[in-house]
Design a protein around this ligand. Structure first.
Ligand code: NAD
Length: 375
């Protein structure tokens, strides 16, 4: 099987779908690997390192894709990449099919078999393939680093000859994979950390990291987790109670990191303009959900907005891309593990009944096939 990896073409995408380590492993599984020149640059991987691992470096995407059975991507491929695909080729990536509708259409029309890594189910067997988690973890870390850099004060309490510097108060909203890493990172930097979520299971996890849990813990809260472990969309009544609770807490916070997402839906609004206006000058908010519509009223993708009352709202898109070398390393391993399900003796042989492959498959034979997209 010939596996190709092309340079990411989406604006600001610094990650890559291959590392020299995974190139070597894929070759070990009997594949040939061809990588477009420049693929690793955003992650500090020169072409020569791929070549040293046994991959062929192609000068452009057409050369890379000419004989490729499989195309590995970080983000959904662009039109020129899709046009250069061999009929029936397999495309695997964070294809974001709910939002990347044009790419999904083009992939379907090209007759490609497309697998969206976001749809890998969160079962034990699939943990090594869980790209959402590998990337969210790094995003949670990076969000705190961004907040610390933007904040004009320190995080830890410091007792100096010139007096004491108070510890920063950090509030993490949404305690999934990203939020839990944000809690851990903020704690390591010395902040006093509180956190909230709508899933009851999050409470124990937050507390085990040494942060205080704050939430509206009513009957709806007790039933807010789906069988898949995700949050449900909460009722208007619940959200109103949440807004009120947040209003009292937010006044005292210096740093707020929001990470709340609901799969396939716009991100829930957790901070209103009134919340933001009530915060102290110099406070920093980082909205990790900015690309999904934002948890914070007034956040803008790719921008740092400074409000009239002197609060910065950091809306960097693609936080994992700001820690690209690690994000690439982990994502490439997720892909290698996923490909392990498809390769038998160096040939492409996906088992159509495999639960993981079935969940991730979004297009095949000219059709959109995933229930989450068609139903
Ligand atoms: P996510 O990215 O979908 O959402 C982030 C967090 O936002 C979640 O914790 C969610 O509950 C929370 N949220 C949603 N609406 C909210 C609201 N209105 N207010 C406050 N918070 C809100 O979630 P995720 O990080 O992908 O993780 C979801 C769950 O899946 C977690 O329990 C995680 O531990 C679990 N998980 C399991 C596995 C596995 O078993 N293999 C792997 C990864 C994650």
């Amino acid at each position: 099987v010939a596996i190709a990896v092309t340079r990411e073409r989406r604006e600001g995408e610094t990650r890559a779908a291959l590392t020299p380590e995974t190139a070597k492993k894929l070759i070990g599984l009997g594949a040939t690997v061809i990588v477009e020149s420049g693929t690793g640059l955003g992650s500090s991987i020169p072409d020569a390192d791929y070549a040293a691992a046994g991959a062929t470096v192609a000068k452009d995407l057409k050369t890379a894709l000419a004989g490729a059975d499989v195309l590995l991507k970080v983000r959904a491929p662009t039109a020129p990449e899709i046009l250069a695909l061999k009929p029936g080729a397999v495309v695997i990536g964070l294809l974001d099919p709910h939002r990347e509708k044009d790419a999904l259409k083009a992939l379907t029309e090209a007759g490609a078999s497309a697998y969206a890594m976001e749809f890998v189910p969160r079962i034990t067997r699939a943990q090594a393939m869980d790209a959402l988690s590998s990337q969210a973890n790094l995003a949670g870390y990076r969000a705190v680093i961004e907040a610390a850099a933007a904040y004009g004060r320190g995080f830890p309490m410091m007792m100096t000859a010139a007096g004491t510097v108070a510890a920063a108060k950090a509030f993490i909203m949404g305690a999934g994979v990203a939020g839990l890493q944000a809690i851990a990172t903020a704690r390591r930097l010395g902040a006093v950390v509180t956190a909230t979520d709508v899933r009851p299971a999050a409470k124990e996890q937050v507390e085990s990291l040494g942060a205080k849990f704050i939430a509206v813990e009513d009957e709806e809260f007790k039933a807010a987790e789906t069988a898949g472990g995700y949050a449900k969309q909460m009722s208007a009544e619940y959200q109103a109670k949440q807004v009120e609770l947040t209003a009292a807490h937010i006044l005292k916070q210096d740093v707020v990191i929001t990470t709340a997402l609901i799969p396939g839906r716009p991100a829930p609004r957790l901070l209103t303009a009134a919340h933001v206006a009530s915060m102290k000058p110099g406070s920093v908010i980082v909205d990790l959900a900015v690309e999904a519509g934002g948890n914070v009223e007034g956040s803008k993708p790719g921008e740092v907005v400074t409000t009239p009352n002197g609060v910065q709202i950091v809306g960097w898109s693609n936080l994992p891309g700001r820690i690209a070398a690690d994000a690439t390393a982990l994502y490439a391993r997720n892909l290698h593990a996923f490909l392990g399900l498809m390769l038998r003796d160096g040939a492409l042989a996906p088992d159509p009944d495999d639960e993981i492959l079935k969940s991730a498959l979004i297009a095949q034979g000219g059709q959109v096939v995933n229930e989450g997209l068609t139903g």
